[in-house]
Write a protein that binds this ligand. Structure first.
Ligand SMILES: [Zn+2]
Length: 94
């Protein structure tokens, strides 16, 4: 009789240990998933602004920096506006 009680006790301990271990693994996985999700969200946030918007100094239109013309100081929507802007500037200087 005592042996059976002892055996049941061991089985009970075994199940409790397994339950606790499963809980720990579950919590850890959740934390890992959350960390991964946070990383993804941060990457998405960074990808939200892959290129900066710049303003044409001539007409004031906004366009991605990659498509803009840059003369070293000002940005322009087109080469024509860059030339126009420089022409006006030199006219004003004189
Ligand atoms: Zn322009």
């Amino acid at each position: 009789m005592r042996a059976i009680v002892f055996l049941l006790f061991v089985v009970l301990i075994f199940f409790i240990a397994r339950f606790v271990l499963n809980r720990i693994i579950e919590i850890r996985e959740k934390q890992n998933q959350q960390a991964m999700q946070n990383e993804k969200e941060q990457q998405v946030k960074q990808n939200d602004h892959p290129e900066e918007m710049v303003r044409c100094a001539e007409c004031g239109v906004h366009l991605p920096q990659a498509e803009a013309y840059f003369d070293g100081k000002d940005t322009f929507c087109s080469e024509g506006h860059m030339q126009k802007y420089h022409l006006k500037k030199t006219e004003n200087d004189e």
